[in-house]
Design a protein around this ligand. Structure first.
Ligand code: FAD
Length: 346
């Protein structure tokens, strides 16, 4: 039997290991859990259908990812008895005016026939918006997508780790994976891409989320994720806390210290949406988002090592289905996605 040796235990490595172990394969994951690991820093939004990105290969991947999530989570939580923090409370997209809201509604509805998992899509009045998300004190026109969801990157990883062990796999927390490994090596190192083997042109961005506390008596947990104006979002973090995202800083450093300028920028963003409440800055969640130049994940062999990396800003959405598909491919089984779409070096 092939021994699959996986270097890097973020969502990419953990998901591949889980799906291989489910197929009764021998797996070992080596993970250093670097500070700045993207998976545990992530906001965890699962809602690809509202994106304006036009790249078809990317959309096929994230659409398949969102579709797979409910089944994946049910099996994983069922096997382990452990929560992943997955909640499907819908997604709200906010717009500057009702004209843009109308255009966005049409654009999203055009995807609905091919993505029934998106659920109901509707334009909301300000009153309907307040009913769904009573913390928001904004009058921006909104579109609601029922299938939107969120997951906790940390809890998901812990649950995957449990599942891998339960299925007979090994998870080794180590400062460095051994250089010489027998068997099939899968390299899923995120931002630390070229330490063990040649990289697949992966670079990284530092991304920061600000956890805020909203001072209010409202106490609701069934809150949709929010895509605000411009590239910002609001994710419920429990007990009147919300993640505000995000920053995009191209860097070659691995600096995970809090940055007051970024924190103030994110606080200013948040203040536009919680105008009737005071809000406090709490901690920052900082991660290194792995990217490729064409903003598609890289999936394929590089000098004898199988590399999966560059999951970008939608890696938590795509990670589970990538794991399923890569495991099937490596076992010679039919895949639903054409993985050569993500092999830039082919
Ligand atoms: C702030 C932020 C918000 C985000 N929000 C979202 C979101 O809302 N929705 C979404 O879908 N995606 C989101 N993402 C993107 C998503 O989190 C990433 O694409 C994904 O987590 C990348 O996973 P990965 O496994 O490739 O890398 P990582 O999670 O970074 O894991 C790589 C692992 O490899 C380990 N490693 C590296 N080298 C070695 C070695 N030699 N030996 C042993 N271990 C090694 C590292 O320590 C690390 O644990 C967000 C990302 C960030 C940073």
């Amino acid at each position: 039997m092939t021994h699959f040796q996986i270097i890097g235990g973020g969502i990419a490595g953990a998901s591949i290991a889980y799906h291989l172990a489910k197929n009764e394969q021998k797996v070992t994951v080596y993970d250093r859990h670097d500070q700045g690991q993207a998976t545990s820093a992530s906001a965890g939004i699962i809602c690809p259908w509202t994106s304006q990105r036009r790249n078809k290969a990317w959309y096929r991947l994230v659409k398949a990812g969102a579709k797979y999530y409910p089944t994946f989570i049910k099996e994983l939580e069922g096997l382990t008895g452990h929560s992943t923090g997955y909640q499907q409370n819908g997604a709200l997209s906010l717009f500057k005016d009702s004209h843009i809201q109308g255009l966005a509604y049409e654009r999203i509805m055009n995807k609905a026939a091919e993505a029934p998992e998106m659920g109901q899509v509707k334009k909301l009045s300000p009153d309907e918006l307040r009913t769904l998300h009573p913390y928001l004190t904004t009058h921006f026109p909104a579109v609601y997508v029922e299938g939107g969801a969120q997951v906790s990157g940390n809890m998901l990883l812990e649950t995957l780790k449990l599942a891998i062990k339960k299925l007979g796999g090994e998870w080794i927390a180590t400062d460095q994976a051994p250089k010489e490994l027998l068997g099939k090596v899968i390299y899923t190192a995120g931002a630390w891409a070229n330490e063990y083997a040649e990289d697949a042109n992966v670079r990284h961005q530092r991304a920061e989320l600000l956890d805020i506390k909203v001072n209010t008596n409202i106490n609701r947990s069934d809150i949709p994720v929010v895509m605000g104006l411009g590239p910002m979002y609001i994710v419920n973090n429990g007990n009147q806390h919300f993640y505000i995202g995000t920053t995009h800083e191209d860097t070659v450093q691995f600096d995970t210290s809090e940055n007051e300028v970024n924190r103030d920028y994110l606080l200013t963003q948040a203040n536009r949406y919680f105008t009737e409440h005071t809000i406090e800055k709490c901690y920052s969640s900082i991660g290194m988002r792995p990217l490729t130049d064409d903003n598609l994940p890289f999936i394929g062999p590089v000098n004898g090592v199988y590399v999966v990396n560059g999951l970008g800003s939608s890696g938590l959405t795509a990670g589970p289905v990538i794991g399923r598909e890569v495991a099937r491919f490596l076992l010679g089984l039919e895949t639903t996605l054409n993985l050569t779409d993500y092999n830039h070096l082919a």
